[in-house]
Write a protein that binds this ligand. Sequence first.
Ligand code: AMP
Length: 283
Amino acid sequence: MRTLRTIAEVRAALAQQRRASARIGLVPTMGAFHEGHLSLMRQARQECDEVVVSLFVNPAQFNEAADLAAYPRDEGRDVLLADEAGVDLMFVPSVEEIYPRGFSTTVSVGGVTDVLEGAHRGREHFDGVSTVVLKLLNIVAPDVAYFGQKDAQQARVIAMMASDLNLDVQIEVCPTVREPDGLAMSSRNVLLSPEERVRAAVLHRSLRAAAERAAAGERDAGALAGRGLAELEAAGLLPDYFEIVDPDTFTPITAIDGKPVLALVAARVGSTRLIDNHHLRSA
Ligand code: AMP
């Protein structure tokens, strides 16, 4: 596996593969790899000839300086894990390489970004995500790019950007990988104290509780959300949101009418903000 740090090197390295009609897969990441990241890389390995992973902690998508400063980083370990997962090329650019002096363009997806993470983290969060992902797609020009369902709203924003801007790339959304107690794997989980780590499993429990009630016949979104909120409250968590939405538009729904819907939760456990989501299906 090669580690490259400049855009020019990446383009030169991939030119040969492209001439040979290799199928190129890109997995954009912010590093501190866990099984969630590795599952994306393994899927790319199965489906592509050339697997590229980008590792860039994107300052533009952080709405809190303290969150950016605390974000876990371990490039040495990440390189070893990516190599083991069969990655061919790691792109690890500096902030200056991605945002050189004078950088002044922002890509902003409308609608779906107004709610949930967009409402709580501010407009700049998804603007930062879509701008950096479009840059990475332009730099690597992959046939397929892989994203996790764990960040469901982000995956939807990227898919909308790709569709709206006619990007010539297939967007694949891969299932959420979880710890044995259900906690969705996240680079931020290492920031939890042992007590917080135990408590954090309630995010998944709250989603499952709503899913079970939906499967048992409850169709009212308010009642389903109330079930999830009760679980969170019992664990002493006051979430930023627990919402049930249409998985395409992310607009709130009032009742399940047979079509699968998405329940999403965000909550701080101690000072660490975690998110998760789960599809709900009616009986
Ligand atoms: P991040 O490094 O957190 O920006 O994540 C990089 C990619 O990995 C994103 O597409 C995430 O949605 C995805 N990802 C993060 N956690 C998980 C997980 N537990 N399961 C599946 N994919 C994940």
